[in-house]
Design a protein around this ligand. Structure first.
Ligand code: ADP
Length: 591
């Protein structure tokens, strides 16, 4: 049934693109479409010159999130035309978007009857090595994700010149891929009062939710400065959805603020605007830090490899901030450190970007930094079955969805801790769940989820399902109707009574009883590495004797001891903002 649906959809898409007319020209224009890696469809138009060469490529349709895929969208068509080759992924940096564009161009060429083999030529990727460079700034930041750019902007505001080194061809790291949920409590606000929330309650839930392994002083800083950090971002121009907070998966309480821009792009638009409008703060892309430079026990700079393999030496007069994120995408490191899960081998996917490989951990270990709680690794129960990414996650928050297994039964408190939900999922058939929602959150189907996707687009791609009745939905996703109905009936009774249910769920929204009904499949996926380098309250890195390593600071996922054994959903963005600012301040002060 599912297969038939996707074939039908592909046929209707092809018809839309080509208007039903076969294209058999060797020159002229044609369109192609592709979908890859769980991302949206890309439709391109290709123009061939009289001699059969590719003259132009235009992206006609692109459901990718602005800010995330911009680099590939510019670079790949240009590279194909320049090289007259489809084998340009290595030239322009392989990404899902890049691969999808190449497939779409191939599709167009095939539909036009062009000789595709002519464009399957190896491209000379040998580039002349650039000169080695020596640069100096007051503060050098490693990593241009959320923590790194927060630290960079704060250090610059405090009077430092700043150089950021980023190994990928773009900024953003995992932060830009996150759903954007940011936990922060303003004790004085009406929403916090209405939700019976407080900084104190956030503190208690964060500590307890991490099995009391978080360092209390750091947890206290996290929760008490989170709201200040939101206001700071607002002053810098970032917009949030006003007057609306929600409970993000594993967040345990409605205190997550949602950026106005999709996923994490609002943060980077804001940092970029600051960087573009100020002198003395720069980001070098494609520059991979490999080592910290020590002089008389102090960190004084960073050794890095430039885009062409040339040596980049960045000397820091005041300090270096390590903000390289976690290691959820290094199977080797997660297998080496994991103590919580049976196996974190390659069969378990990750939500993370390809650069989340723990480079910072390795650099820090070389200089004798104290690494703590490395075995605590967070999995989410809501990964895309094909890619493990968060894309295709149809929920808006905890209160409006349930999970059922392949038998159509609920099996866990869907408002609970991330580790407990994932452990329960590992007990279910094929480690597979269906997220079930109704029309309350999708009155038209065009509403965008936290990952900038509408349910209609996901249904068209065969990644979500819709039933005009619950029976029809059960049939589509092949779960026993009677079980699904019983699961919803019981759940809906609790929405009315607001009494805790048999799984201990206490967060209930409106009943899930309004047709049409929706479902999307999800699986376990590695999300966040809670362990990392030990820092003090000024974000200074500590050595194994718990002494500060002068000149070295750290913030974000590379640090450990803040979230304990399990991180609350929505606390990562608060962490990188709060400790990113502290690291920036401390580094600018040259501690
Ligand atoms: P955080 O949430 O802590 O900011 P992110 O994953 O969002 O973490 O960002 C970390 C950034 O650090 C990513 O952009 C990643 O590509 C970058 N990075 C990782 N290792 C290196 C390295 N060796 N050199 C430069 N940048 C790095």
């Amino acid at each position: 049934m599912k297969k038939m649906l996707s074939i039908l959809l592909i046929l209707s898409l092809a018809f839309a693109v080509f208007g039903g007319q076969p294209i058999l020209a060797e020159t002229g224009e044609g369109s192609g479409t592709s979908k890859i890696g769980g991302e949206g469809a890309i439709v391109v138009s290709v123009t061939l010159a009289d001699d059969g060469s590719i003259e132009a490529i235009e992206i006609l349709e692109n459901n990718e999130t602005p800010g995330i895929s911009d680099a590939a969208i510019e670079a790949i068509p240009e590279a194909i035309v320049a090289e007259q080759s489809l084998m340009v992924d290595a030239v322009a940096g392989a990404t899902y978007t890049g691969d999808a564009i190449i497939l779409a161009v191939r599709d167009a060429l095939e539909k036009m009857g062009a000789d595709v083999s002519r464009f399957e030529v190896e491209v000379d990727t040998e580039v002349e090595q650039a000169e080695d460079v020596l640069l100096t700034a007051d503060v050098v930041v490693i990593g241009a994700g959320g923590a790194g750019l927060t630290a960079a902007v704060q250090a610059h505001m405090n009077g430092a010149s700043v150089l950021v080194l980023e190994k990928m061809p773009k900024v953003g790291g995992n932060t830009i891929l996150s759903g954007g949920a940011l936990n922060a409590v303003d004790d004085r606000s009406e929403t916090a009062i209405a939700m019976e929330d407080s900084v104190e309650w956030h503190y208690e839930q964060t500590l307890a939710g991490g099995d009391f392994k978080g360092i209390p002083a750091l947890v206290h800083i996290l929760v008490s400065r989170a709201w200040d950090a939101v206001e700071w971002m607002k002053e810098l121009g970032m917009e949030f959805v006003e007057g609306e907070i929600f409970t993000v998966t594993g967040g345990l309480w409605p205190r997550a603020h949602k950026p106005l821009e999709p996923v994490g792009t609002g943060f980077f638009k804001t940092y970029q605007a600051y960087i573009d409008s100020h002198d003395g703060i720069d980001v070098m892309l494609n520059t991979k830090a490999t080592d910290l430079i020590m002089e008389d026990g102090r960190v004084v700079g960073v050794l890095a490899e430039g885009e062409t393999g040339n040596a980049v030496t960045a000397m820091a007069d005041k300090g270096v901030v390590m903000a390289t994120g976690g290691f959820a995408n290094s199977v080797e490191l997660r297998q080496a450190f994991n103590i919580q899960w049976a196996d974190l081998g390659p069969s378990i996917p990750s939500t993370n970007h390809p650069g989340a490989t723990g480079d910072g951990i390795k650099m820090l270990m070389k200089v004798g930094a104290d690494m703590i709680q490395m075995g605590f690794i967070q999995l989410l129960p809501i990964g895309d079955p094909e890619t493990g990414s968060l894309s295709g996650n149809i929920e808006f928050g905890v209160d409006s969805r349930i999970f059922v297994n392949k038998e159509g039964n609920r099996f866990v408190n869907e408002g609970g801790r991330r580790d407990e939900m994932t452990e329960a999922l590992f007990e279910q058939t094929d480690n597979y769940l269906w997220m079930i929602m109704d029309a309350d959150k999708y009155p038209t189907g065009e509403e965008k989820n936290n990952f900038n996707e509408s349910i209609n687009s996901l249904i068209a791609e065969g990644r979500a399902f819709k039933g005009e009745t619950l029976e029809e939905l059960a049939e589509q996703i092949d779960v026993p109707y009677d079980n699904l109905k019983a699961a919803l009936d019981t759940y809906n009774e609790h929405c009315e009574s607001q009494e805790p249910d048999e799984f201990g769920r206490t967060i209930f929204g409106t009943p899930i009883d309004t047709a049409p009904f929706f479902a999307a499949p999800r699986v376990p996926t590695v999300h966040h590495t809670m362990g990392g380098v030990h820092i003090n309250e000024s974000a200074q890195v500590l050595d194994e004797n718990l002494q500060c390593i002068p000149g070295l600071f750290a913030a974000g996922e590379v640090t450990g001891g803040i979230h304990g054994a399990n991180r609350l959903g929505g606390n990562a963005l608060a962490d990188l903002l709060v400790f990113g600012r502290i690291a920036g301040e401390s580094a600018a002060a040259g501690r």
